[in-house]
Design a protein around this ligand. Structure first.
Ligand SMILES: CC(C)(COP(=O)(O)OP(=O)(O)OC[C@H]1O[C@@H](n2cnc3c(N)ncnc32)[C@H](O)[C@@H]1OP(=O)(O)O)[C@@H](O)C(=O)NCCC(=O)NCCS
Length: 157
């Protein structure tokens, strides 16, 4: 059975492919001003990275009727790990359980892939709220760094 994820307002939180219908709303997803040191100022940057780079796959995060966030994933062909990146919940929607539900949904999606053996992400050491969210899922620091960010990993179950 497909796992369901909801925020604390009771809205169903789902991940959706980027389409002609939703890309504008996903592109407009923006963090709070003070969070721009941790992520891009607009999710549009991540959409372009996914479109141009051929490495990442962007997904929109929908809560009920509204597009409220962005997340992307990738597979590292060298070491076989899967990665989560570009996790942003729109500033107006933060603190209501969307991030927790979206992370649960993307972890479930990647964990369901037969070849998935470890999920990784990176997080700025000052980004305490994101680090707490990741730690609560079981992500632990690997000791590696990506630029100025700490790499965290979740072994596949
Ligand atoms: C990190 C982020 C995705 C979390 O999304 P969210 O919808 O605000 O988070 P939730 O409401 O689901 O809260 C999940 C957990 O995050 C942490 N958290 C969220 N807001 C917090 C705050 N203001 N202070 C401390 N911890 C906080 C808590 O551990 C919380 O746990 P809980 O579910 O037990 O309350 C969101 O804050 C965001 O987009 N931040 C800016 C971009 C960013 O930093 N992305 C991560 C890059 S590594």
């Amino acid at each position: 059975m497909t796992q369901q994820f909801t925020d604390r307002r009771g809205r169903a939180v789902v991940l959706e492919e980027i389409t002609d219908d939703n890309w504008r709303d996903v592109a407009d997803v923006a963090p709070a001003d003070g969070q721009r040191r941790f992520v891009a100022a607009l999710a549009a940057r991540y959409l372009l990275l996914s479109q141009r780079g051929g490495v990442w796959t962007s997904l929109g995060v929908r809560a009920g009727e509204a597009v409220v966030g962005h997340v992307m994933w990738a597979h590292d062909d060298e070491d076989g790990t899967h990665w989560i990146g570009g996790m942003v919940v729109d500033a107006a929607e933060q603190g209501t359980g969307v991030g927790r539900a979206a992370l649960g949904a993307v972890v479930a999606r990647l964990s369901a892939l037969p070849e998935c053996r470890e999920i990784r992400l990176s997080c700025h050491p000052d980004n305490a709220s994101a680090a707490a969210l990741y730690a609560s899922f079981g992500f632990r620091p690997t000791g590696d760094h990506e630029d100025d960010e700490t790499v965290m990993a979740l072994p596949a179950v």
